[in-house]
Design a protein around this ligand. Sequence first.
Ligand code: ATP
Ligand code: SF4
Ligand code: MG
Length: 388
Amino acid sequence: MSDNVKIPQQAGRSGADDRPEALLRVEGLVKHFPIRKGLLRRQTGAVQAVDGLSFDVRPGETLGVVGESGCGKSTMGRLITRLLEPTGGRIEFQGHDITHLGVAGMRPLRRDVQMIFQDPYSSLNPRHTIGTIVSAPFRLQGIEPEGGVKKEVQRLLELVGLNPEHFNRYPHEFSGGQRQRIGIARALALKPKLVVADEPVSALDVSIQAQVVNLLDDLQDELGLTYVIIAHDLSVIRHVSDRIAVMYLGKIVELADRKSLYESPMHPYTKALLSAVPVPDPRRRGAKSDRILLKGDVPSPIAPPPGCRFHTRCWKATELCRTQEPPLVELRPGQQVACHHPENAGDAVDPTSAGNAAAPVLGDTAEGKAGGKTGGKAATDAPEDTGK
Ligand SMILES: Nc1ncnc2c1ncn2[C@@H]1O[C@H](COP(=O)(O)OP(=O)(O)OP(=O)(O)O)[C@@H](O)[C@H]1O
Ligand code: SF4
Ligand SMILES: [Mg+2]
């Protein structure tokens, strides 16, 4: 843990005081993985996996987290469940600072915060029966459930749609979808308040994905759970989320309620991601779409681009974007965006009044900025319209 990590600018937020009470509150969260080389294992750099995340998770809601591979989603999930030690920032659960709690300090919290992992094959010990796996949390916490462990395990198996008589079977006897249900039963054993699910359905057959997503939905209603669901699949995220955080290279670039995000995305990256989602309506499939093809790869998190991290791929980038990092500010009620030249900005508030030092130029177009006062070169990489 280094103390001298500078909390990036994105840590700033607006409207902090009138927010509803959060179950989880994250402020300027940072995780840099050191890169060591040579005999002396000297640190030569760091992977900036998570670099200044600030967000709340409200009781009973589902916060979806989406972004391309390597943008830090899993690292964020492991930080908030305290499976990883943060490099900087602060994590509060129910108002208590849990940022640097040790194993003993975390023990009571382990009941309240659980994680569901992506891979239902590797996350279950093949040598243990389902009964042993699902009852492990009771043993670890030294808890004897009412009615006994076996009865409670059977109740949990039934809850997630599995045959309660199968508690003596082994993981290999189950399908991928069933194994994920076992993982969910294990996560729910201690009646947690917050469940962080990292790609809970992406390892499953498409036909099974909907079943597991619906199961998570039903369990939320039944047990009053709060979810953070991480996925790269925007259709899954749309189905499950109340609010959505879009991540790019270790940062949140947009955080909004589902309707605003899908109907009126403000960050160019969100717009590009959404434009890549297939159109489900067969009548519209042949129609000309506004599909935006992002050029180039995601830059390395070891040396992220200066200014806006998205500027190397953004068709709206100006000189301002290349030099100044846009802070995450609330441009519409409930819609936070980190962009100097946001999309759909017609009815947005003036970001200067939201305490934004590097004020976005609202309503800007790429063309409009060509001779802008920043003197920046207008983006020549306009989004490609595939016309498909
Ligand atoms: N233990 C680690 N040591 C070093 N680098 C790591 C470690 N864990 C993750 N990283 C790096 O941090 C970055 C973010 O990784 P992370 O797994 O959080 O991304 P992700 O968004 O979950 O990606 P995916 O969608 O592929 O699961 C990546 O560049 C990854 O290589
Ligand atoms: S317009 Fe500028 S600040 Fe906004 S996403 Fe593009 S490069 Fe980043
Ligand atoms: Mg991941």
